[in-house]
Design a protein around this ligand. Structure first.
Ligand code: SF4
Ligand code: SF4
Length: 224
């Protein structure tokens, strides 16, 4: 079902007077296609590398559940769980339309209603668990793969193709994860308009200024 635009949220308002706004260029409150594409590319690269690690380790150890588990968990998180626990509290969610139009999970379906109030402690904890699983599991798969390779080496039968492939994939994965982390914690999290996210680092004065311009959210935050 197509959701209507929520009133009192400037991020969702195509007619908002952004050119004369004191927050212009100080928050990530307007959709920027170039940045959104960069984030999408980084996210896809991260998930493809993670799935490749799960495949190589699963192939070598006969643990074939790794790929369907990882892919299924990513789909569950990005399609259903994260939009509810995190995005439904974000002003971008107040936009009109069936899917998210923002720099992060652009294109994901909006199955939930908008929640202008801050996320609850249990929502934040659940989000940390889901986020932790999809972000850290690939490293656990990789470590398990190296552990099995060490056992192979001790019995004198190491598969060097698997060793090189897993080593290369893990190295590239770590580099992508580091650059993603730098992009988020080093910049984006300091200007992101979802103040409910546990990673959000927007200073208090900017938050207040933003909420003043968004009465629907301000009222919900004041009453929370
Ligand atoms: S805070 Fe609202 S009005 Fe100001 S620049 Fe951002 S989206 Fe536009
Ligand atoms: S929290 Fe991030 S991914 Fe979710 S709607 Fe807001 S900007 Fe998009």
């Amino acid at each position: 079902m197509k959701s209507e635009r929520v009133p009192g949220i400037c991020v969702a308002d195509p007619d908002a007077d952004c050119d004369n706004c004191s927050l212009k260029d100080r928050l990530l409150c307007r959709f920027e296609k170039t940045f959104a594409n960069k984030f999408l590319l980084g996210n896809i690269t991260y998930r493809v590398l993670a799935t490749a690690i799960a495949f190589v380790v699963g192939f070598h150890t006969d643990q074939w559940w790794m790929v369907p588990f990882y892919v299924g968990f990513v789909l569950l998180t990005f399609l259903i769980v994260e939009p509810r626990l995190l995005c439904s509290h974000c002003p971008y969610y107040a936009k009109e339309g069936r899917t998210l139009q923002c720099w992060g999970l652009r294109g994901m379906p909006k199955l939930w209603k908008f929640h202008p109030e801050p996320a609850s402690t249990s929502e934040k904890r659940a989000m940390l668990i889901f986020g932790g699983i999809i972000d850290i599991t690939p490293l656990a798969f990789s470590l398990y793969g190296f552990y099995v390779l060490v056992l192979d080496w001790l019995t004198g039968s190491v598969d060097y193709i698997i060793l090189t492939t897993l080593g290369g994939l893990t190295l590239i994965f770590l580099l992508v994860a580091a650059s993603f982390d730098k992009m988020l914690r080093g910049g984006t999290c300091k200007i992101c308009t979802n103040f409910s996210c546990t990673m959000n680092k927007v200073p208090e004065d900017l938050r207040k200024e933003f909420l003043e311009k968004n009465p629907t959210m301000k009222e919900a935050w004041d009453n929370a």
